[in-house]
Design a protein around this ligand. Structure first.
Ligand SMILES: Cc1cc2nc3c(=O)[nH]c(=O)nc-3n(C[C@H](O)[C@H](O)[C@H](O)COP(=O)(O)OP(=O)(O)OC[C@H]3O[C@@H](n4cnc5c(N)ncnc54)[C@H](O)[C@@H]3O)c2cc1C
Length: 387
C-alpha cells in the first residue's frame, strides 16, 4: 500500500506546480481587493476552468482529472493557503458531481458529468433550509410527482454558488409521511429555470467573494429523469456519501489557512523588533510558533490519513471527521495566534492575517459542525470496538 505522504508522482507534481504558478501570478496579488469588496472572482473562475479544477475528482472517462482524494487534498490546501473562498467554488460543485457519479444513472452521468468537468455547468449542493441544517431529515422542501415532472415548492438557505451557479443537487421530501424520515427524501438534479428564484445573498463575516444564497422554489418543475439514481428515498444516502470527500476538503482548507497563518507569523516575527531584538527571539513568541507548527503537522497527517482511506475505498467517516474537526480548530487557533503575533497590524485590513481570522470559523460549521463530528467519531469508535 502506498504511503500518501510519499505519493508525489509526475501527475501530482505537474498539477501542484501549475496550481502554484497560477496562484502566485493570478490570485495572490488580487486577494485583498476581492475579499474586501466581496466581489465574485469571474476571471479566476475562468482560469480554474482552464486548469481543469472543476473536474478535479470527476472520473477521467467523463473528462475530469480523476484525482485521488490525496492529491485533491494537496491542491485544496495550496489554494486555501492563498484564498480559501476559491476552494468553496470548487468543493460544493464537486460534491454535486460526486452525487451524480456515485449514485446517478448512466444517462445522468453521460448528460451531466462531462459538462460539470469543464465547468460549463457549475453549481453546488442544496441541503440546508432556514429552519434546519444539522437535522437534515427535518427538511420541508417538497417535490410532488405530476406526470413526467416533480413540482417543487419550498426554500433553501446558505447555498454556496447559489447566485453564480446554474445547477444543484437538491435534497427534497418526496414522501412526507415516510418513517424513518430519510426514506421520504430524494435528490434531484435541479437546473435553474422558471420557478427557481434566488432570493438574496447572505452577508457573511468572512468567506468573501463567493456567493452564498437563499433559494426559493415556486411550482418549479424538474423532469423525473433528473431524480438521482432513478429511485425515490435515496436522497439522504446520496448527500451523506458526498460529505466524506467534502469533509476531507474542509480539513485540507483548514490546513491551508493554518499554514498561511504560520508562514506569515514566521516571517513577521523575524522583522518586527522589540527591546532590541526580533520578536522571534522572545520565548513567548517561540512558544506560539512551536505550538502552531506542531498542530499544523498533526492536522496534515490526519487529513492525508483520511484521504488515503478514501482512496482505498474504505468507509472513512471517522477519519474524515477527525481530520475535519482537528484541522478546522487548528485553523481557528493559528489564525488567532497569528493576529496576536502581528500585534496591531494583525488587526489591520492591510494584512492577510485578519482575513484568516474571519475565514477560519466557517470550517468548524460547514459539512457538519464540529460538535457533530465528535459524535460521529464516538459512534464509530463504539461500532468498531464492540464488547
Ligand atoms: C458560509 C456558509 C456556506 C454554506 N454553504 C452551504 C451549501 O452550499 N449547501 C448547504 O446545504 N448548506 C450550506 N451551509 C449550511 C451549513 O451546512 C449549516 O450551517 C450547518 O450544517 C449547520 O446547520 P445550522 O446552521 O442549521 O445549525 P443547527 O443545526 O441549527 O445547529 C446549531 C448548533 O447546535 C448544534 N447541534 C445541532 N444538533 C445537535 C445535536 N444533535 N447534538 C449536539 N449539538 C447539536 C450544532 O453543532 C450547532 O452548534 C453553509 C453555511 C455557511 C455558514
Amino acid at each position: 500500500m502506498s504511503d500518501p505522504l510519499m505519493e508525489n508522482d509526475d501527475v501530482e507534481t505537474m498539477i501542484l506546480d501549475s496550481v502554484e504558478k497560477w496562484l502566485e501570478r493570478d490570485v495572490r496579488p488580487h486577494v485583498l481587493r476581492f475579499d474586501h469588496g466581496d466581489e465574485y472572482p469571474l476571471e479566476m473562475v475562468e482560469q480554474m476552468k482552464e486548469l481543469g479544477l472543476f473536474g478535479a475528482t470527476i472520473p477521467e472517462e467523463y473528462g475530469g482529472l480523476g484525482l485521488s482524494a490525496t492529491t485533491y487534498a494537496k491542491v485544496i490546501e495550496k489554494i486555501a493557503e492563498t484564498w480559501m473562498s476559491l476552494t468553496g467554488i470548487m468543493n460544493s460543485h464537486l460534491i454535486m458531481s460526486s452525487c451524480v457519479s456515485r449514485m446517478g444513472t448512466d444517462a445522468q452521468k453521460q448528460k451531466y458529468l462531462p459538462r460539470f468537468a469543464t465547468g460549463e455547468i457549475r453549481g453546488g449542493l442544496a441541503l440546508t433550509e432556514p429552519d434546519c441544517g444539522t437535522d437534515l431529515q427535518a427538511i420541508r422542501v417538497r417535490a410532488v410527482r405530476d406526470g413526467d415532472d416533480y413540482v417543487v415548492n419550498g426554500t433553501k438557505a446558505w447555498i454556496t454558488n447559489g447566485i453564480e451557479g446554474s445547477c444543484y443537487a437538491l435534497l427534497v421530501k418526496t414522501d412526507i409521511d415516510a418513517e424513518p424520515r430519510h426514506k421520504g427524501m430524494s435528490m434531484l438534479i435541479a437546473e435553474k429555470g422558471e420557478g427557481f428564484e434566488v432570493t438574496h445573498k447572505f452577508d457573511k463575516l468572512g468567506y468573501k467573494g463567493i456567493d452564498t444564497a437563499g433559494l426559493t422554489f415556486i411550482d418549479y418543475r424538474v423532469p423525473v429523469e433528473n431524480l438521482i439514481g432513478g429511485e425515490e428515498g435515496r436522497g439522504m444516502q446520496t448527500a451523506l456519501g458526498g460529505l466524506e470527500l467534502g469533509r476531507i476538503n474542509i480539513a485540507a482548507r483548514g490546513c491551508g489557512l493554518a499554514s498561511a497563518a504560520l508562514k506569515d507569523s514566521v516571517a513577521y516575527s523575524q522583522v518586527r523588533q522589540t527591546f532590541g531584538k526580533p520578536i522571534c527571539e522572545h520565548q513567548a513568541i517561540q512558544l506560539k510558533l512551536g505550538h502552531m507548527a506542531t498542530n499544523l503537522e498533526a492536522a496534515r497527517l490526519l487529513t492525508y490519513a483520511a484521504a488515503a482511506a478514501h482512496d482505498r475505498g474504505q468507509r472513512c467517516d471517522m477519519e474524515a471527521g477527525m481530520a475535519k474537526y482537528f484541522a478546522s480548530e487548528t485553523a481557528v487557533e493559528n489564525s488567532l495566534e497569528a493576529m496576536r503575533i502581528h500585534g496591531a497590524y494583525g488587526y489591520s485590513r492591510e494584512y492577510h492575517v485578519e482575513r484568516y481570522f474571519r475565514d477560519a470559523p466557517l470550517m468548524c460549521i460547514g459539512e457538519g459542525t464540529n460538535e457533530i463530528q465528535r459524535m460521529i467519531i464516538a459512534k464509530q469508535l463504539i461500532e468498531r470496538n464492540p464488547v
